[in-house]
Design a protein around this ligand. Sequence first.
Ligand code: PHE
Ligand code: ZN
Length: 853
Amino acid sequence: MQDAAPQVQYLSDYQPWPWLVRAVALTFRLAPRATRVAARLDLAPNPARPGRHDLRLDGEGLRLIRAAIGGVALDVTPDATGLTIPAAALPQGPFTLETEVEIAPEGNTALEGLYMSNGMYCTQCEAEGFRKITFYPDRPDVMAPFRVRVESGLPVLLSNGNLVAQGPGWAEWDDPWPKPAYLFALVAGDLRAHRGQFTTRSGRKVALAVWVRPGDEGRCDWAMESLIRSMRWDEEVYGREYDLDIFNIVAVDDFNMGAMENKGLNIFNSRYVLASPETATDDDFARIEAIIAHEYFHNWTGNRITCRDWFQLCLKEGLTVFRDQQFTGDMRSHAVKRIEDVLLLRARQFREDAGPLAHPVRPGSYVEINNFYTATVYEKGAELIGMLRRLVGAEGYANALDLYFARHDGQAATIEDWLKVFEDATGRDLSQFHRWYTQAGTPRVTVAEDWDGGTYTLTLEQATPPTPGQPVKHPVPIPVAVGLLNPNGDEVVPTTVLELTGARQSFRFEGLAARPVPSILRGFSAPVILDHDRTDAERAFLLAHDTDTFNRWEAGRALAKQVLARMVTDNAAPGPDWLAAVERVLLDETLDPAFRALCLRLPGEDDMAQTLHTAGLTPDPDRIHAARKRLGDRLAQHLAPHLPGLYEALALPGPYTPDARAAGARALRLAVLALMTRIDGGTRAARAYAAADNMTDQTGALACLIEAGRADAELAAFARQWGHDRLVMDKWFSLQSALAAPAGAAELVAGLTAHPAFDWKNPNRFRAVIGAFSGNHAGFHRADGAGYRLVADWLIRLDPLNPQTAARMSTAFDTATRYDADRRGLIGAELARILAVPGLSRDMTEMAGRMLA
Ligand code: PHE
Ligand code: ZN
C-alpha cells in the first residue's frame, strides 16, 4: 500500500494523552519468526484531558492475536499505524487493557523495534520503535513503571530495572522508575559478562556488567573503567546518583546509531564498547569514554527528566552532550577538547545551518523524527547550554541545575521549563535567549575596531542569513569573550564577556597606553561566524602570544585558511608568517603535544569549500585538493630539518596506554610522520607500519602510505591480519574510501563494494565505505558526477531495508548550493532520481524533498 502525502507533525498541536498509564506488564515469548508479546496496561483517565475520547494506541507491523478490556474480549482491527478502541467501548474510570501480538524480529532489517543481530535479540525504541513491539501510546510524555517477563532458550535474558525473579528459560525484570516507552529495552543472547561494582555516595551497591559476544570479553576493561569514572563524576559535579541496583551495557554489532540510554540497560554499537590496544585507536578509546559517559549521564538528563514531545529533543541531547563535553575536559584537556568540539561543530553543524536542511535547535515541525537527530539538535544544543552557563556564571548554572532536578524529576519537560528554571534561579530574563532555540542559521558577527590614541572601541554587528521557512531573523544575545593584548604580547585586559544583544553595539576600553591587539570570541564563547579582517602578521602574533589556548589555535587555523584560500584563488605561494608560526609551535616543548598536533593539522577540504562559499566564492574541489596538497608539501619542506629528530624524541617507552598524555604524544608523532612522508614518499611510514604494536600507530602509518600511493602490500597484509575482526576491517574499508586519490576514487570505492566482506546491511560497514567516501571531498564531488551516482545508487538500495541509516547518509548531498551550476545540476538530478523511487521511505522522502526544495 502506498502512503498518502507525508503527515507533518507540529509542535503547536501538542495535547496530553487522555489516559495515564499506571503500570505496564509485558511478557515476551521469543522466537525469530514468531515472537509473542502480551501486554497489560493499567489505564486511568488523565485529568489534564477531561471528556470522552476514543482510545488510540500506536502500532506498526503487529499481528493482533487478541485484545480485551477488564477481561472481556474486544472485536477490533488495527489499521496501518495503530489501533482505535471507540469511546463507547471503554469503561468510565480506570481499567485494564490486555493485548497480545506476534512479530518477526528475524526479518527486521530496519534495526528499530525488536530485531536480531548475530543470533542475539535486542531492541531499539527511540524515537518511535516501541510501536513495532506492541500497541502502546508511543510518546515520551506517557511515563509508566514497567514489569517485563522474558521467555527464551537463550542463556542471558535482560531488560530494564532490577532482576526480580528467574528460572530456566525465563527471567523477570522490574523497573520502578516511570519511563516513556522509548527507554524500554530487552536483550537475549549467548553473552558473556565483564563485571564491575560501584558504590554510590549514599552507599547503594550497584552491580555493573558489560555484555558482549563470546570472544570479546577481553576488550571490555576500558568501557567498564569509563563507566565507573562517569558515575563518580556525575555525583561529584552534578550531585546525581545512580538509582537502581543494576547497570548493564550490551554491545551489538548491528546498530543504526552510536548508543542508546535505555533505563538501566544501555545498548551500544559494539564499536563504542570494545577496545584493546591492538584493535582500537586512541580516538576510539576517547570516543568510547565519551559515549559511555553520555549514555550514563542520560539517566538523569533524559530518563529521570525526559522530553514532553520529540520537538524537545534538545532538552535531553543538548544538555547531555554539554555534560559529556565537560566530563571529557575534566578527564583529559579542556583546551584540546574545546578545539575538537569546535572543529566538529563547524564541520557538521555550521554546514547543516548553511544549507537546505537548516532547522532550529528546537524544530517546530517534522515529518520523520529520526531525521532530527542532527548536529543542530545535539551540538548546537550543547553550545546553547554553554552560552547559558557563560551568561549566568558557574554558580548560577549550578543553582539552576539543582532547581531543574528538584522541580522536574519524574516529569516530561519542555525548553520553556528549562529556561524558567534559569530565570527563577538567577533572576535573569531569558526571553531573548529563547530565540536561540527557535531561530535556525549561524549568526555572523562582524568586528570593527577604532583607536583614538587612548580609547579603544570594538563595534560588533550581528546578522543571521535566512534559512528555509525563516526569511526574517532577529538579533540573539551573543556572549563574546574578549581579551586585549599589548603589542609586546602582554595581556592588558583579561577575558571579559561582552553581551551583544542588539544588531550593532560598541564597547569601549579606556586608559590604554597603546593600540591593543584584540583576542575575540575566546574559548569560542558563542556558535557564530566571526568576520574580522586581519593581517597574516596579526594572526601569527596571536598564535604566538594569546593567553587563551583556544584562540591561539584559532588564530593559526584562520591564518592557514587565509593562506590556503589565496593559494586556491590566485595560485599564491604560502607566505612566511604561517610557516614560521607553525614552526614555533611545533618546537615549543612547553606546549601540550596534543595541542601542537592540532596546530599542525591543515584545514580540511570540505571546511575550505564552506569557507570559500561563505566568502561569496564558488569552491572548486579539484583546486582545493591540489592547493591543500601544495600547502602540506611546502610545510613539510619548511619543517624538514626538525622532523627526524622530533619523530625519534616523541617515541614512547614501554607498553601502550590509552591515556590522554600518551595519545597526544602519538598524535604529534604521527603528524610528524605524515609530513616526513610528503618528503620521502613513505619510506619511513613503511618502517613505522612494520614496527607498529598498536592500532593507532598501525592505521596512522597505513594512512600515510595510502596518501603516498604505495600501500598495496600493507593493505593486503592488514586484511590478512584482521580479516576476522569486523571493527578493525571497518577501518580498512574507511581509510581507503576516505583517502583514495580523487581521480579514481569512485572506481576504487565501487571495487570495495564488490569485496566479499562488504556486508552492506551492517550500518557500520555501510558507513565505513559509502559514508567515508562522501567525506572524500574531491572524490565525491568529481566533475563527471560519478561520485554522486555511486552514493545515490547505494542509498536507493539501502532505503527499503534500513530507511533510518539511508536517510541519515543522504546528508552527503546537502551542500549542493555551494558549488558551480554543473555540480548543482548533477546533485539535483540524483536527488530527483532518489525521490522518484516507488515506495521510498518516509525518512528518505522527507530528506530528499527538503534538499531539493
Ligand atoms: N539517544 C541516543 C543518544 O543520544 C541516540 C539514539 C537515537 C540512538 C535514536 C538510537 C536511536 O545517546
Ligand atoms: Zn544522547
